[in-house]
Design a protein around this ligand. Structure first.
Ligand SMILES: [Zn+2]
Length: 53
């Protein structure tokens, strides 16, 4: 019985947002942390705002 291998990204990657110093999870394959993921164009999506409220 072999363990299922999970695809992970490199360790210690930082969020691409200039003011953000978060270290990205190895399970996050994006260039931004979960906070800035939806702010790529400086616009917060309605879905994110709905969650915050
Ligand atoms: Zn960030």
């Amino acid at each position: 019985m072999s363990a299922k291998k999970i695809l992970t990204s490199q360790k210690n990657r930082k969020c691409k947002h200039p003011d953000c110093k978060r270290i990205l999870s190895i399970y996050n394959h994006e260039v931004n942390c979960h906070v800035h993921l939806n702010q790529m164009s400086g616009k917060v999506s309605e879905a994110v705002l709905a969650k915050i409220r």
